[in-house]
Each structure stands twice: as C-alpha cells, then as structure tokens.
Design a protein around this ligand. Structure first.
Ligand SMILES: [Zn+2]
Length: 659
C-alpha cells in the first residue's frame, strides 16, 4: 500500500511524497530517533490523507504553485498557438492573465482529457495553485472531471466563470447545481462581507441586460453576490487554504470591459491562489509612443507620401530635445531595406544621399546618425517595421514594380505593404514573411547594435490564416510583441500568439490632427499604443512638442522594451523556506531588465494574511543580499511592493518570519 507522507523540514517547507508501508515503518523508526535527538526540529506526519495534507500545508510558510490551469471548451486554432479575440471566447481571460503576469497553461477539452497526470506533479504534489474553468459543455463525458475533485482536495482552488458546470464532480466541488436559465434586470446585491467582495459597489446589471443568465442552486456554497434569488458569485471553502468559486459573469469580455467584473476576477484569483504578483503599474495613463517609416524608400518618390528624410540636426532639435525635456521615451519603427528602383535591388538605406525627383535632398546617412544619437541619449528604442515596407514579390504581374510607372501601377498602395498582398488579393507567403522578419532583426542589429523586440506591420496590413499568420511568424522569428493598425496588438513568445484586445488598445496620430487623447480607450492593465510617422516631424518640425503640450496631465510614456520585458518575465514560486518568488528573465525578451530594475505588486489574501498577522516582524531579501526587517503592519499594506534589482540573471525574492 502506498501512503502520502508530508515531510516538514527544519526550514518549514513541506514536501509531499509517496511511500510504501515498509518505508513507512522505517520512517517511524527514523522519527523516533530524530525526535529523541532533535526534539521539535524534525517532524514527520504519517499516513495522512491528501486533504489533511493541504490543511497541514496551510499552516506553514509556503506558497501555492504560482501557476493557473485555464480549462477551455474549444480553441479555434487546431495547433493551439494563436488566440484571437474574433474567434476564441476565452481570449479576454487569457489576455488579462497575461497582463497581470499570472503564469498559465491551457487545457482544451475539444482535444484533451483532464486527468490526474495533468493536474498533479509526478511527485504527487499539486501542479496548479488554481484551475480557471471556462468550459460550458452540456456534459463532460470522458473528461475525467473526478481528477479535478481530487486536485481540489489536494489544495488546488477552482474558479469558474460563466459555466453551468454540468458534471456531478464539478457540482460537488462548487456546492452548486445548475437549475435553468433566467433573465433579470435587477441590481446585483452584495451579501455577507468577504475578501472577494471587499470595496465592491452595488452594481446595476451592465451588459446584456435581457440576456439569458445561469440560475445555479446553492448546495453547500456561500452566496456572496446575488440577483434576487439567483447566485451571481458563490464560494465554497474546501479547506482554509483552498476554495471553489463560481462567478456568473454574463459575458466573458465583461472581465476586461467592466471594472466590476474585472475586480471580482482579480480578487477571486487572489483568494484562490492566496496571493497574486502583478506589474507595479497603472497603465491607464501610460502610452507607448512610436514613429513609423524610418529608412523607407517611398518618401523620395511617392507623390502622395513624399517628404524629406530627417537630418541629424532635426532629430537632435525636434526629437531628442522634446523627449528629454518631457522625460519621455519613444520607439522608432525602422526599415533597413531600401528598395532601389535604379539597381532593382534592396540596398542599405543609410548609404543613400541624393536629390529626389521633386528636387528635395534625401540624406539617409544623416538620419541614421540622428537615430544613433537618440538611442545613446536614452530617449529612443529601435524596433522593427519590417524589412522593406514593400511586397516581397516585386517582379510578378501586375508588376514588375521596379520599372512600372510611378504615376501609374507603381503608385498602387498594395505594393507598399509587406505582410499581406492586397495588390494580388492574397496573403503574403509564410516563408517570405519569415525571411523579411529575420533580415529586419539582423540588419537592425548590424546598423544600430539593437535587438528589436516589437514588430509593427507596415500599412496595418497583415496575414491572418494560421499558416501565414504574421504574428505567429513574428513569434517564430523571435519578436515579443506584434502590432497592426490600432486594433491588433499580439503578445508573442515561442509557445503562444495572444491577442491582447481588451487590455492593450491603439490610436493613430498625425500632424494634421489634434491629439484628442480624451477619446483614447484607457485600461489599468494595458498601455495605449500611439503611432505616428517620421513624416509628421518632417512636415511639422515641432510635432512632438505639440504632442506633449496636448497630452493630458498625468500621462507618461512607457518604454516598449520595458513593457515587453514585463510581459515576458516568468514568475514562479520555488520550494524552499518561507515565501519565495522567482523572477525569470526570459531571453531575449527581458533584455531591458539587465540594465533596469523592476517593480512588482504582491497581493495577499486569506491564509497568507493571517500568517503575517501572527508575527511582529518579517525578513525580506532578494537574491544573496542581506535581509531587511519589515514591520508586519507594513508588509500587510496592500499591495506590498517587490523591488527586483537590475541584472541579467534570474532573481529570487524571499519573505520569512523574523527569528
Ligand atoms: Zn509604415
């Protein structure tokens, strides 16, 4: 027979292992020996159940695994890589988890079973601090939902959004049973005080007033919010450290759109995991400013888009100065492939100096000097706008573009887009895009010594099928963020291409319009991407001064590379004494943190707060630095700010009760 053993070490960490009866007997002997020798120093609890294990763990200074399992019913991408706001209903929740820096894995019930191998580590320890259940099937036959019940008993909290939960195991875990749909326009009432609903205002029903909602019958759960007789938020405490929460959010996008539902999800996550670590930033007044088109060839020959390149002196006076004056930072989305009609080749832009067909001096080498000066002044980051800003195929019909009339075919807008082929009515081929994206990274490094992390598609044109998905290919090439137009902002890494709609928004700006920042969408979880062109400074030299004059008070620019680094920092809760949080700086995305510190917010709920309240002082340390002592009252102030120093290596933050 195998039993679960919980070993409490001197460092007060706990570890769950499986042992045979023989080993158990041995352990008993060892225990007696150890007790005799070291008294309280070593304790072994024998033959306890998984449930008791979780409760025991609850009394120790340890954190649950900082990992959430997102259970979705289906995912449009059969290869499980691209998540879009148009096709994947779970996208708003995935985008919020990413924006909050909550590590998550996904299980899709249209392809996968659930099962213990998913939910437990091979040691028997729980793999997830919480399961976030979004699936709403009529039933879950063959999905082994019972394993979820075991995980819940083992210490994994369960948080359900907008699902009928039509499975006996789910019903038992939640203490709720689906009865029937209902419609109501009554206000939502907050019931007994609870951490989850703390500070929450009474809410009129905001979205989908007359839409069908889920009537769940409480069967052992506590209703915290209700709409007349219908539970809207119910919690069942499985043990002091583990809960099951059901939230009847009318529509999943409400969690990004409505502060009410966002707050409920946020606080429910803290309650489920016991804690949450989020970026220390309120993005609602943060903008990432970017100017496109540095290095493009068309400014010297397109009748409707012509202007002089910016000289080094113009860049110094009208870019570096205003940015430095406003303590601002900006991205330059640069093109490193100059499409030369004379030689019919792609050349180095920065070698071009000539008088164009309109009699205007074009001096690209001066532009490059200006950009380098701005980078060294710390006000500019070099990012990618693609390689050429033009069709990868400039030869086939209706081309060749090379010698087509500039006043005719060669002026057609479709030629000036790199990642979609509107001129020929098709997408851009995947391999052609990959080739261009890699050339861009390579030449930006060669020309500026910078590793670009963000790609902005020229002309807002990009390919959307899975095979040719520009974001997916950019992720493959090693970009960390992909923007197209104002509506599309994708988080990218090696595993996932995630549409951040709902958290990140975009706005265009030009010298011909007022900034109109009052109409920008704002969100606490994501900045606004504001894009203009080098052309705006060329045609209106004080363009940036005017922009900052019109920017509402309180708005600040955010560095693109800093934002990419924040989104790609992997946060974990490694085993060891006390509360430990590891901050993994994933390459190449987190390069910004090699030279800059980062700041995070730690939110505590439930058991962790109680533990803190029981000790007068705690010790906090980062890496090998000597710990500093902190009054518990300070540590309890929410959120607790975690400062992580600059440095290329991963960092570990620790909190222990002071000895
Ligand atoms: Zn452009």
């Amino acid at each position: 027979m195998r039993r679960m053993v919980i070993v409490l070490t001197r460092a007060l960490a706990y570890d769950i292992q499986f042992a045979s009866d023989d080993q158990m007997a041995e352990l008993r002997n060892v225990t007696q020996l150890l007790s005799a020798v070291r008294g309280q120093a070593a304790m072994l609890l024998l033959g306890v159940s998984v449930l008791a294990g979780a409760q025991q763990a609850g009394s120790q200074w340890a954190l649950k695994p900082y990992r959430v399992l997102l259970v979705v019913e289906k995912w449009e991408d059969p290869a499980s890589q691209v998540i879009t706001s148009e096709r994947d209903s779970f996208q708003p929740v995935a985008a919020l988890l990413k924006a909050w820096s909550v590590p998550f894995e996904i299980v899709r019930l249209d392809q996968q079973a659930l099962g213990a191998s998913q939910l437990f580590e091979r040691t028997g320890a729980m793999r997830y601090g919480a399961i976030l259940w979004l699936a709403d099937s009529a039933s879950y036959i063959g999905k082994n939902v019972t394993a979820l019940e075991e995980a819940a008993q083992g210490g994994t909290s369960v948080l359900v959004l907008g699902s009928r939960c039509q499975d006996p195991a789910l019903e038992r875990v939640l203490g709720l049973k689906f009865k029937e749909p209902y419609s109501s326009t009554d206000a939502l009432e907050t019931g007994p005080p609870h951490f989850i609903t703390e500070g929450l205002a009474r809410q009129r029903t905001a979205s989908g007033e007359f839409d069908s909602r889920l009537w769940m019958e409480p069967q052992g759960s506590q209703v915290l919010i209700s709409q007349q007789t219908h539970p809207v938020l119910a919690v069942r405490q499985i043990n002091p450290d583990t809960s099951a929460i059901w939230i009847g959010v009318p529509h999943l996008p409400d969690v990004t759109v409505s502060p009410y539902w966002r707050a409920l999800l946020f606080r429910s996550l803290i309650w489920s995991l016991g804690y949450l670590v989020t970026p220390d930033a309120d993005y609602s007044n943060r903008l990432i400013l970017a100017l496109d088109d540095w290095g493009t060839a068309d400014k010297g020959f397109l009748s409707y888009w012509r202007y002089p390149t910016l000289s080094e002196s113009v860049i110094r006076e009208h870019l570096i100065e205003p940015l430095a004056k406003h303590k601002a930072v900006m991205a330059a989305n640069v093109i490193t492939g100059y499409v030369d009609r004379k030689s019919k080749r792609i050349l180095v832009p920065w070698a071009q100096k000539f008088t164009d067909r309109y009699g205007v001096l074009q001096d690209y080498s001066s532009t490059k000097q200006g950009l380098l000066a701005a980078v060294s002044a710390g006000v500019l980051e070099i990012e990618s706008h693609g390689w050429t800003h033009m069709q990868p195929d400039l030869d086939s019909p209706p081309g060749p573009w090379w010698n087509a009339e500039l006043d005719g075919e060669a002026s057609a807008i479709g030629w000036y887009e790199e990642f979609s082929d509107r001129r020929r009515g098709s997408e851009a081929p995947a391999l052609a895009q990959l080739f261009h994206l890699k050339r861009s990274l390579e030449y930006l490094r060669e020309d500026f010594g910078e590793r670009a992390l963000s790609l902005r598609a020229g002309g807002g044109a990009w390919s959307r099928s899975y095979v040719n998905h520009t974001g997916r290919i950019a992720a493959e090439a090693g970009y960390g963020l992909f923007e197209a137009g104002t509506a599309f902002n994708f988080y990218l890494d090696r595993d996932i291409v995630l549409d951040m709609a709902g958290a990140i928004a975009g706005a265009g700006h030009s010298h011909e319009q007022a900034l109109n920042a009052q109409s920008w969408p704002t969100h606490p979880d994501g900045p606004i991407m504001v894009t203009a062109h080098d052309r705006d400074i060329a045609l209106q030299p004080d363009f940036l001064d005017r922009l900052f004059e019109q920017l509402p008070r309180g708005y600040e620019t955010l560095s693109m590379n800093q934002y990419v680094a924040v989104l790609h920092t992997g946060i974990e809760s490694p085993a060891g004494g006390g509360w430990r949080l590891a901050f993994r700086l994933n390459e190449p995305y987190c390069a910004y943190f090699k030279k800059h510190s980062s700041s995070w917010q730690l939110w505590l709920g439930g058991r962790l707060r109680q533990q803190l309240q029981r000790v007068p002082l705690v010790e906090v340390s980062v890496d090998q630095a000597p710990p500093s002592r902190l009054q518990t009252s300070e540590a309890l102030r929410q959120p607790l700010i975690i400062e992580i120093p600059a440095g290329a290596e991963d960092h570990v933050w620790k909190l222990n009760p002071a000895r």
